[in-house]
Design a protein around this ligand. Sequence first.
Ligand SMILES: Cc1cc2nc3c(=O)[nH]c(=O)nc-3n(C[C@H](O)[C@H](O)[C@H](O)COP(=O)(O)O)c2cc1C
Length: 355
Amino acid sequence: MRERTIQLRRARSLVVYWREGRLFFHNFARQLTAAGRPLTCEVLSFFGEWRTSQEAQTHFADYTSRSLFSALSQLVKQGLLLVKDSPEAAQDDRVAKEWSGWLPEGSFHFSTKDALYAHENSSLARFKAGLPKTPSPRIFKTVKGTKKTLPLRAFPDSEFIRVLMARKTHREFSRQKLTLETLSQLLSLVWGVTGYLDASIFGKLVRKTSPSGGARHPGEVYVMALRVKGLRPGLYHYHPAQHHLNRISTNATRDKAWRYCARQGYVRNAAALFLMTAVFQRTMWKYRHARAYRVVLLDAGHLCQTFCLVATWLGLAPFCTAALKDTLIEEDLGIDGIRESILYVAGVGLPGPTS
Ligand SMILES: Cc1cc2nc3c(=O)[nH]c(=O)nc-3n(C[C@H](O)[C@H](O)[C@H](O)COP(=O)(O)O)c2cc1C
């Protein structure tokens, strides 16, 4: 930042907090965090609108132009001040506009993207060393009160119960390919439209095999086909009403799948990944409170459980993972991570010999 007439403005994607007595400024859209002083708040407050450093000099007349200019340059580097017409300012505008109803609480979505996962750079021993020194919390809660014994657990011999009991997370797969017919059934039974609702002022809404808060169905699904008979490896978008795939790229390799899922080895051998995103506006349009962000995540959980059960019923070996490289996936899918963002990844292969 050399030019004193360049216009600067405080980032709107900004959260300020104290941790262990130190003051921090966090640009959640860019995931930049910097320690600061209360004076930083005053400077940032001054830059609520586009202003030049020269104007700041007039306002903060007690400071030398050199120290003020150097402080402003630092704030730009830290992502707390933005330069007019820069790509960072455009991104900041888009986050503020798209998420206007759900900020600042919704900053959680952005702050938790692209995390560094323990297994990516650490052995089990190092992972263990990072755990709290206190014992693991008890796995059951027992409450005081009058006990009522329930009838013995006895289930009818039904396919539903067998599928329910057989569901588990698989991390070993055979080299066999998934057939296009099986993929089609899986997509249709999990993400396909099963009917429509007439929801008065909300118009025509969709029904699927999983529930969705307000029937908003913010979820979209993209298939990363790796080993599917009759389907060229690539990234595809699934149309839930028309039941077809649209190829968006041929960029699908075992290595890419591994990198999408934060370098978890077993993902390399999957036959297909199901990249689950959400189009937030569908839910935001009706629910103006950031609490509805929870609903979007809960919806994804419902879809994933349906996926695991349907895949098990189809004789497949399902898994799911939340350890994702969000930005990498979003770039490959051609989505912006603001209006539409990756939330969850599920995958399948054919069961391996030890499954
Ligand atoms: C939200 C969520 C995230 C998960 N993320 C991962 C993951 O990143 N890696 C993994 O190997 N398993 C992951 N799992 C699978 C769990 O480890 C697994 O469900 C658990 O160990 C219980 O095993 P089961 O599914 O066979 O009953 C995830 C499960 C859920 C529900």
